[in-house]
Design a protein around this ligand. Structure first.
Ligand code: SF4
Length: 432
């Protein structure tokens, strides 16, 4: 059963008097377990839907609709499948206490992997889940592989009951499912031979493995489970060497890069990031692979749209890892607008100084960075620091932080999104 949360006005569902709270029980005789069933079983244009209205009345709807006409039903969010592993490097285990509860949910859910690109280990997959993935062709999936040798993977996931990922991937690949894989690398555990073996195994899946991201382990000052070594420049350099050897082979034999080191890996190694062509369609940009290069491209292509802002002083808040890359971007922005940009590198007070990613700065960091900056005309902060409900990770609300600061503050993804509006009479920034 799935429950309706909203009915779109003017839709078929509204005409049928389906209301929020209505339980949708089956479609064409097949029971609904979750949003995937609803999504796939309602693909036909002739439907028989069994439902229970909020007052308990049972109803059967016979629906014939025009090709593709939406039913207009939104569902309550699904109960997330929890993770059965206990990785030492788990970022959620590295969260400080006292944050909002949903941040501590360790999801490992193939459904969210398909629907939203969340990475899943597949270690909690049952036979019926595999059957569903194949029946509904849930492809591509985003899979946290980390290591293909079984024993190494059990250690990494800290779970002796982990299934053999190679068998799982083979079964799914034979059914036409494709994957984006990630390998979070813990020095001494899955670098060296394990990494080579894993990349070789993934390569041998051919077209089924669409891309692989090699990501350095990321720890906070609260990562209490972690007993391994931290990632340093030397490790990062070695990992990039391996990654790039495989990438060269992939370019030669398949005409695409296939495996990428994450941006963080390049920054740790002190290496220049590759150009946009290297990232193809930026398949794992949400995973921090190619995000810096995409930003550079956006700025390069967007500066010509910007208004003149001569005389303005603009603060740019960022994390320590991005700070060295910013001067060149800010130089281009100054040249295009005439404004003076000041970089404000900011330390993460919630997770500790080892967490240098700009997108993980919290409300308290933004307050601290800008509290006394009366001298600026405005400031830009990383938009990734704020979720869809306008909250920072430390539960501060953006609107509250903004009100407390002496200057206008705008969340920005790429500078252009906000600055392009600055010349307008009532400039308000792009994403408030
Ligand atoms: S798979 Fe590992 S890293 Fe991911 S949520 Fe579970 S314990 Fe955390």
């Amino acid at each position: 059963m799935v429950r309706v949360s909203r009915v779109q006005s003017g839709s078929i569902a509204e005409e049928l008097e389906i209301r929020p709270g209505t339980e949708l029980i089956s479609v064409n005789g097949r029971e609904l377990a979750d949003f995937l069933d609803w999504e796939f079983l309602t693909a036909d244009d002739t439907l028989t839907i069994d439902a229970r209205l909020p007052d308990g009345t049972e109803v059967e709807y016979e629906i014939e609709r025009e090709d593709g006409e939406p039913l207009g039903v939104e569902l309550e969010p699904p109960t997330v499948r929890r993770c059965a592993n206990r990785c030492e490097f788990c970022f959620i285990e590295g969260l400080p206490k006292g944050l909002r509860r949903n941040l501590y949910v360790r999801d490992d859910d193939y459904r969210l992997s398909f629907a939203y690109g969340n990475f899943a280990t597949l270690s909690n997959l049952k036979e019926r889940d595999i059957a569903r993935i194949l029946e509904y062709r849930l492809s591509p999936l985003y899979v946290s592989v980390h290591a293909t040798p079984w024993e190494a993977r059990k250690v990494l996931l800290n779970n002796p009951r982990v299934p053999n990922i190679l068998e799982q991937l083979r079964l799914l690949a034979e059914g036409g499912i494709q994957f984006h894989a990630q390998m979070v690398i813990v020095p001494g555990l899955n670098d060296g031979d394990v990494l080579q073996q894993s990349l070789s195994d993934l390569w041998n899946f051919g077209d089924a493995v669409l891309s692989v991201a090699v990501v350095p382990v990321g720890l906070t000052q609260f990562s209490h489970l972690y007993t391994g070594k931290s990632m340093d420049r030397e490790n990062a350099t070695r990992l990039l060497e391996v990654t790039e050897q495989w990438a060269e082979r992939a370019q030669r034999e398949r005409g695409e890069t296939w495996v990428h080191g994450s941006d963080e890996l390049y920054l740790l190694a002190g290496r220049e990031l590759p150009d946009a062509e290297y990232y193809g369609d930026f398949a794992q940009i949400e995973n921090g692979v190619g995000a810096v290069t995409a930003l550079r491209r956006r700025v390069r292509e967007g500066v010509s749209e910007l208004p003149r802002l001569d005389g303005k002083r603009i603060g740019v808040v960022t994390g320590a890892s991005m700070a060295p890359l910013m001067p060149e971007l800010l130089r281009q922005l100054t040249e295009a607008t005439g404004a003076e940009f000041e970089l404000i590198p900011t330390t993460n007070t919630l997770f500790g100084p080892t967490v240098t990613t700009a997108g993980l700065l919290v409300g308290a960091d933004i307050r601290r960075a800008l509290a006394d900056r009366h001298d600026l005309d405005l400031a830009l902060i990383p938009a990734e620091t704020i979720n869809e409900n306008g909250m920072f990770l430390d539960d501060e609300r953006f609107v509250v932080v903004r009100e407390a600061l002496p200057i206008p503050v705008y969340p920005s993804y790429d500078f252009i999104d906000v600055l392009v509006h600055e010349g307008e009479p009532h400039a308000a920034g792009a994403a408030a």
